[in-house]
Design a protein around this ligand. Structure first.
Ligand SMILES: CC(=O)N[C@H]1[C@@H](OP(=O)(O)OP(=O)(O)OC[C@H]2O[C@@H](n3ccc(=O)[nH]c3=O)[C@H](O)[C@@H]2O)O[C@H](CO)[C@@H](O)[C@@H]1O
Length: 367
């Protein structure tokens, strides 16, 4: 160990989880569980606005920022600034890790998590990556070679880590989602009717302009259904204009910092198939219509969605094939056929891993 004091058996753990909500929130869940077990934790996030916004709710956790890193898709001159930034970030991480006195580093995915893991390895710490996707990210596949173990959210990802020690842990879900409010309580908070069927729409952290517009059109054709639509900051005002007055039955939220209440009142989710959101809806046993982000790297969101479709927990719809009429038909078929909703919800719950945070922390504790 390098640096500061610690209690016996207590580990000092760095959780590198910057770049997107899909990395940050599972990282928060790991940090919460480690802290509860008496370990000392520091989360490394990126300097991006999305990380600042998403982390401000967790004032009791210790965050530090490092620059966000994105690798160019192809070998080109852009590799030069990438490598320079990577090297500088690794040097910054080495200093943070030394000052902290690191014992273990876990990277939750993305190139922003790579320098802390490599710095940790060089300092003699135990190193891990966690990947929540069915088709793991390039950064994790590269980082795996420096790791003591690779932890996976979904079994489907196992084949990509042949030579590594692999453990299927599921994807950790943050504390507030492990204990959500009652439907009545949540509906009151959101000013919705708990007796009415409610659709949650989540566009993911990247562009969802088309999906947002399709939902607005579908909502207009379903006046008895309530909608909660998370638009993303950039699209909020446009969607608001498009939607007009719905008498309060269709709520728009730019960014939601109370997902627990939102999930508590939801019957079915229409969303991208980002792995963290999927881990949350399966944890809570929610049925879904999945519309993968069409430009996600290697189309990995389709692979995530296929896991849920195969289990009959979700309908998979590609955005290019979807129109408002189809969305209305899909939503009606799930919401109006009670048995279908019950079966899909149960299939979703069967995919959820209730003790994912515990499993990840067990691996780190074992060392
Ligand atoms: C476009 C893209 O490549 N996205 C990737 C990104 O996820 P990305 O961050 O886009 O999306 P995810 O669905 O994985 O995670 C979103 C997270 O943000 C939370 N949330 C969302 C909206 C909101 O208003 N408030 C809020 O708290 C959700 O509850 C969830 O915890 O990393 C994931 C994990 O590697 C990948 O599976 C996704 O494919």
């Amino acid at each position: 160990m390098v640096g500061g004091e610690k209690m016996e058996n207590q580990k000092k753990v760095i959780v590198a989880c910057g770049g997107t909500g899909g990395h940050l929130f599972p990282g928060v869940a790991v940090a919460q569980e480690l802290k509860q077990r008496g370990h000392e934790v520091k989360l490394l996030i990126s300097e991006k606005k999305v990380d600042a916004e998403a982390s401000k709710k967790y004032g009791d956790l210790d965050f530090a920022t490092v620059p966000a890193i994105a690798k160019p898709a192809t070998l080109s001159l852009k590799m030069i600034p990438f490598l320079w930034k990577f090297w500088k970030t690794k040097a910054k991480c080495t200093q943070i890790l030394k000052d902290f006195g690191v014992d273990a580093v876990i990277g939750m995915g993305g190139f922003t998590s790579m320098p802390p893991v490599i710095a940790g390895k060089k300092l003699g710490a135990k190193t891990y990556v966690h990947d929540s996707n069915a088709l793991p990210g390039k950064a994790n596949r590269m980082t795996a070679r420096w790791c003591d173990a690779v932890l996976l959210g979904l079994e489907a990802a196992k084949e990509y880590f042949g030579g590594n020690k692999v453990e299927i842990t599921g994807t950790p879900v943050r504390e507030e989602l492990q204990n959500i409010p009652s439907r009545e309580e949540a509906a009151k908070k959101l000013d919705l009717d708990p007796a009415k069927k409610t659709v949650l729409v989540m566009g993911g952290s990247q562009g969802a302009k088309n999906l947002n517009s399709l939902v607005v059109e579908a909502s207009k054709a379903m006046p008895d259904i309530q909608f909660i639509q998370i638009t993303g900051n950039l699209d909020h005002d446009r969607v608001k204009d498009e939607l007009g007055d719905t008498g309060g039955r269709h709520k728009l939220i730019a960014f939601c910092d109370d997902m627990a209440s939102v999930y508590a009142v939801t019957d079915v989710v229409v969303m991208r198939s980002g792995a963290s959101s999927l881990s949350e809806i399966s944890y809570l046993g929610l049925a879904s219509i999945l519309v993968p982000y069409p430009y996600a790297a290697d189309d990995h969101q389709t692979k995530n969605a296929e896991v849920f479709e195969k289990a009959e927990a979700a309908l998979l719809r590609q955005e290019r094939e979807l129109d408002a009429g189809m969305l209305v038909a899909d939503l009606s078929s799930i919401l109006l056929e009670t048995e279908k909703l019950v079966n899909m919800s149960a299939a979703s719950a069967a995919l959820g891993v209730k003790d994912a945070a515990k499993r990840v922390c067990n691996v780190i504790e074992k060392g």
